[in-house]
Design a protein around this ligand. Structure first.
Ligand code: PSU
Ligand code: MN
Length: 307
């Protein structure tokens, strides 16, 4: 096998934390380049790192920078990813070999952030939302690579559930088939990103970071392939009105379909459209739920580091 250092670069701070058995939380970069507008994206990404530090863990923002999976981006790199926005290619598993071979940049999705985190030895990753089975997938076959990654890569992903741009029921069915535990953080209901209610149940309710860490430890110890999904509901005071957000999601999906948007452009298009339709209210909710998730991610990473 080729020397991985040609393709993987771990920052000195993250490497030192990993070597010392200290908690590290991975963060993705598609949310920076494709998920939020500049400069809110950069402000959010930097504040997320502060929150993780306040909780006593080390943040590791991940992106592909000049052909290297970079685990622990610098402030300057985060600023660059945020400013260049959509000009940074969205990097999923299938894009990775080309970006690495050509020395290109890439914004890592949940999928590629998990890949780089696992290669570096980072076990916990916090973000906003994951990709899933899209509505209408029975004809389009639009199913995010994030679900396959959860099935094969040993990283715990903290998210706020899935948005109703997805078919939440089918996403849960898919995860069940793939053997991915879907855990609710202090809830029995699968949260729906902007709202705490979806009408679907999670597999198990977790009562705190230790409970999550103990469950993940058992999975790893037995060599059960793949990761786990921890769904953490948006705090009540930031949750949006269900009918309001759903009607805007509906309009965004209709426009997406009538414009014939396809493939990897669908999710970024919908996120942007929803932000515009709600006059920025959905962006504020999105930011707050990410803050909430990284705090839980840091606590779980700490619990995992205890013997
Ligand atoms: N959902 C969000 N915000 C995001 C994404 C999803 O609420 O930024 C991003 C994540 O990076 C996720 C990706 O991994 O979109 C999924 O894209 P696709 O649906 O094309 O697989
Ligand atoms: Mn897709």
């Amino acid at each position: 096998m080729q020397d991985l250092s040609r393709y993987l670069s771990v920052s000195p701070e993250v490497q030192a934390a990993l070597d010392a058995g200290q908690p590290v939380v991975a963060l993705e970069s598609t949310i920076i380049s494709h998920g939020m507008p500049y400069p809110k994206n950069v402000e959010t990404a930097l504040h997320v790192e502060e929150i993780i530090r306040e909780h006593g863990a080390v943040p590791a923002t991940i992106a592909v920078i000049q052909g290297k999976m970079t685990v622990g981006c610098t402030k300057e790199q985060i600023e660059y990813l945020g400013k260049r926005g959509l000009d940074v290619p969205k990097a999923s598993r299938r894009d990775l070999p080309v970006l690495l071979a050509r020395g290109m940049d890439g914004a890592t999705t949940v999928t590629t952030t998990m890949i780089a985190a696992a290669l570096a030895g980072v076990r916990v990753f916090a973000t906003g939302g994951i990709g899933g089975v899209h509505r209408g997938a029975e004809t389009t076959m639009d199913i995010s690579a994030d679900l396959e990654e959860l099935a094969q890569t040993p990283v715990l992903v903290v998210c706020a559930g899935c948005k109703s741009i997805l078919d939440i029921g089918l996403t849960l069915e898919y995860l069940e088939t793939k053997g991915v535990p879907v855990l609710g953080y202090k809830t029995k209901e699968m949260p729906a990103f902007y709202t705490t209610h979806s009408g679907f149940q999670v597999d198990y309710e977790m009562n705190g970071p230790e409970d999550v860490a103990e469950t993940f430890r058992a999975k790893l110890a037995c060599g059960l392939k793949g990761g786990m999904l921890l769904a953490n509901p948006i705090p009540d005071q930031y949750a949006m009105d269900l009918d309001y957000i759903n009607s805007n999601i509906e309009s965004a999906i209709n426009e997406c379909n009538s414009l014939g948007i396809r493939g990897k452009n669908i999710t970024p298009f919908l996120l942007d459209k929803i932000q515009k339709l709600t006059g920025g209210a959905s962006l504020e909710a999105n930011i707050q739920l990410v803050y909430n998730n990284v705090a839980v991610g840091a606590e779980v990473a700490k619990a995992l580091c205890k013997a």
